[in-house]
Design a protein around this ligand. Structure first.
Ligand SMILES: NC(=O)c1cc2c(=O)c3cc(F)ccc3oc2nc1N
Length: 324
């Protein structure tokens, strides 16, 4: 086997191991085996630099820090969700939706990850650009930092051209470790995992972002010319098939009663998660019904965010420390 073939073979193996570890959470090899193959790839690429490609697993952490982030225009605006604070608000939402559609509507419920909204663009299967929501129309190009999130594929075997959307976040374990390190260095700790994730993705030096052990759950699609799926739930399954990390707790709910039961279940169970959620997102499942309901200036009429009652922040933090 020549060096180019060995490089290709190593990349395939490393992409597979990375996917198993960071997307499926089921590693099939030890860190030692992974590191050994990465070292072999890096030394082969040093010997043959003309063979290095942007999607090589060795290229996740970029070189020098940026001076600033470029602006990105979102072709499809990244809007915000209206809020619901109690059961009555949820029933009002359901009534507006049923009246708007005039027939039975089913929903998808998702955990509302408390991070920052992100858009990822792929062209012919290659990760080409990642951006923040910004003001919904103009975001910041933080591609170099998003490349360091190991659960984001640098390349999709399907070669799809698609824009996907999700929430980048900092898992509890990473948040605790980061704040302990900050306190040891006499630095101001982050108030919560959302600020820590936002601060980390706004670092101009990708090596710092890479050190923060961020993660992401993908939950939607932006620009997608080939898109022909009928429902949001089919999209979530398709995102998973493409190799993206989707949150496993999403659930189809046939009625608002089932939505309320799901909300109740996670109001109690959220402290068992190893990441922060600040509520539940409820979406009309069928895409043609979403289309019919459309948007207000602020956001979709076909989705709403139920916000958990604010807990006493201190107790929440000690809960996290106890559960880690
Ligand atoms: N934080 C989240 O976990 C989360 C956030 C959003 C949104 O912000 C959002 C905004 C829209 F205009 C439309 C759908 C959305 O769906 C969403 N789904 C989620 N699971």
């Amino acid at each position: 086997m020549n060096s180019q073939e060995r490089i290709q073979e190593l990349r395939k193996e490393l992409e597979k191991y990375n996917y198993e570890y960071h997307v499926l959470d089921t590693p099939s090899v030890s860190d030692y085996e992974y590191d050994k193959r990465m070292q072999e790839l890096v030394s082969l690429e040093e010997e043959y630099p003309e063979l290095i490609t942007a999607d090589s697993p060795s290229q996740r952490v970029g070189g020098k820090p940026l001076d600033a982030f470029e602006k990105v225009q979102h072709v499809i605006p990244m809007l915000s969700l209206g809020n619901a604070f109690n059961e009555e608000d949820l029933r009002d939402f359901d009534k507006r939706v049923q009246d708007g559609i005039g027939e039975q509507v089913s929903y998808v419920c998702e955990l509302k990850i408390d991070g920052l909204a992100i858009s990822l663009r792929y062209e012919d299967g290659l990760f080409v650009q990642g951006a923040t929501r910004g003001d919904g129309t103009t975001g910041e190009d933080i591609t170099v930092n998003l490349r360091t999130i190991r659960s984001i594929p640098l390349r999709m075997p399907e070669g799809e051209t698609i824009e996907v959307r999700g929430e980048a976040f900092m898992p509890h374990r990473s948040f605790i470790a980061l704040n302990e390190a900050k306190e040891e260095n006499g630095e101001e700790p982050f108030a919560n995992p959302r600020n820590a994730a936002a601060g980390s993705l706004r670092q101009l030096d990708p090596k710092i972002a890479a050190s923060r052990n961020l993660d992401i759950f993908l939950y939607g699609v932006g620009q997608w010319d080939a898109g022909e799926l009928e429902s949001h739930s089919e999209r979530l399954e398709y995102l998973k098939k493409l190799g993206f990390k989707t949150n496993p707790e999403w659930r189809k709910c046939a009625t608002i009663e089932e939505v309320i039961a799901y909300v109740q279940e996670w109001t109690e169970a959220r402290n068992q998660l190893n990441y922060e959620i600040d509520g539940i997102v409820i979406k009309v499942d069928h895409l043609d019904q979403q289309e019919e309901l459309g948007f207000t200036a602020k956001g979709p009429r076909w989705a709403i965010a139920y916000k958990f009652p604010a807990e006493e922040a201190i107790t929440k933090l000690t809960d996290i420390e106890l559960s880690v």
